[in-house]
Ligand binder design. Structure first.
Ligand SMILES: Cc1cc2nc3c(=O)[nH]c(=O)nc-3n(C[C@H](O)[C@H](O)[C@H](O)COP(=O)(O)OP(=O)(O)OC[C@H]3O[C@@H](n4cnc5c(N)ncnc54)[C@H](O)[C@@H]3O)c2cc1C
Length: 272
């Protein structure tokens, strides 16, 4: 399939990106790894007038330790996250999740910023970042602001980022030795999750159990009050709104959330 006619602009700096966004507003789309945007364009579900390529933007691909915070540049690709020594030591959940997204081709192109900005409820990293209490730094003409992951995802493919803003950095507290677990149930080996669960310590992010990534708050509360993992996991689907589809009903997804939460918590506690 062939996309509609468009103007391609290779961005040279963050200021350059912001100025094109200011000129074209909603008519401009940012291209990072292209693994979500290009399929949408081929299907004509997206038809931007201008595509601004930020994939090679200098200075936005990095991982570094900034005191107690792990800072990740928005255009850092999954392949560069999965074995990065700062992440394997200080944010092992994020390193692991980056390593199980799609296939090698997807991991060599896809970026953490693209996954966050695209806000697909079935995506893996947003839920993992939610479980890690991440924050997202966005920059616009008015300056920079930081949005907590819990306030960033507003609905399917909808975030608190304004159209004129560029997501520049993902920040998360160091894991400090807290255990982690990740469980993803798919129909075929490299599919998107029907349901997934990301755990760091006793914090739990759910994939595909609502229009946004969700914390399993009832389970987290039960654990804090002393419930066993098996007891707490039975609450994993509380306050969720999973899609009801022929290949996976809402009831089936709720069952998966409970089972996968128990498994991920057991792994995080060293008993999985
Ligand atoms: C075959 C295949 C399998 C896949 N499997 C999985 C999977 O198992 N799990 C999973 O989680 N994902 C999967 N994906 C999706 C993949 O992770 C995408 O790479 C990701 O969703 C988007 O990242 P990207 O860098 O490719 O973004 P792009 O496609 O370039 O952009 C996506 C959207 O985000 C916007 N955007 C990008 N970067 C920024 C930024 N810095 N600031 C503001 N807006 C920005 C773009 O304008 C666009 O609207 C798969 C994709 C494919 C093609």
């Amino acid at each position: 399939m062939i996309p509609a006619t468009l103007r391609y602009h290779r961005a040279s700096s963050v200021d350059d990106v912001l100025s094109v966004l200011a000129d074209h507003g909603d008519e401009a789309a940012l291209l990072a790894g292209g693994h979500s945007l290009l399929p949408l364009m081929k299907l004509r579900l997206a038809a931007p007038d201008v595509v601004v390529d930020i994939g090679g933007l200098p200075g936005l691909s990095y991982v570094r330790l900034d005191g107690d915070t792990v800072a990740i540049g928005a255009t850092t690709r999954y392949h560069d996250l999965m074995r990065h020594p700062v992440l394997t030591e200080h944010a092992p959940l994020v390193a692991h999740v980056a390593g199980v997204i799609g296939d090698p081709q997807v991991r060599h192109r896809g970026t953490i910023g693209g996954a966050v900005a695209h806000a697909d409820p079935a995506a893996d990293l947003p839920a993992a970042l939610l479980a890690c209490d991440a924050e997202f730094v966005v920059r616009g003409h008015e300056g920079e602001r930081t949005i907590a992951a819990g306030e960033f995802f507003l609905g399917p493919f909808t975030t608190a980022r304004e159209p004129g803003e560029l997501l520049t950095e993902i920040r998360l507290p160091r894991a400090d030795g807290r255990g982690w677990g990740f469980e993803k149930f798919t129909r075929r080996a490299i599919d998107w999750a029907i349901v997934g669960v990301a755990v760091q310590g006793n914090q739990i992010g759910l994939i595909n159990m609502a229009g946004t990534p969700r914390r399993a708050s009832a389970t987290e509360r039960a654990l804090a009050e002393g419930a066993s993992i098996a007891e707490a996991a039975t609450l994993a689907a509380e306050d969720t709104h999973p899609a009801d589809e022929p290949h996976a009903t809402a009831e089936y997804r709720a069952h998966l959330a409970r089972v996968l939460t128990e498994r991920a918590l057991l792994r995080a506690s060293g008993n999985g």
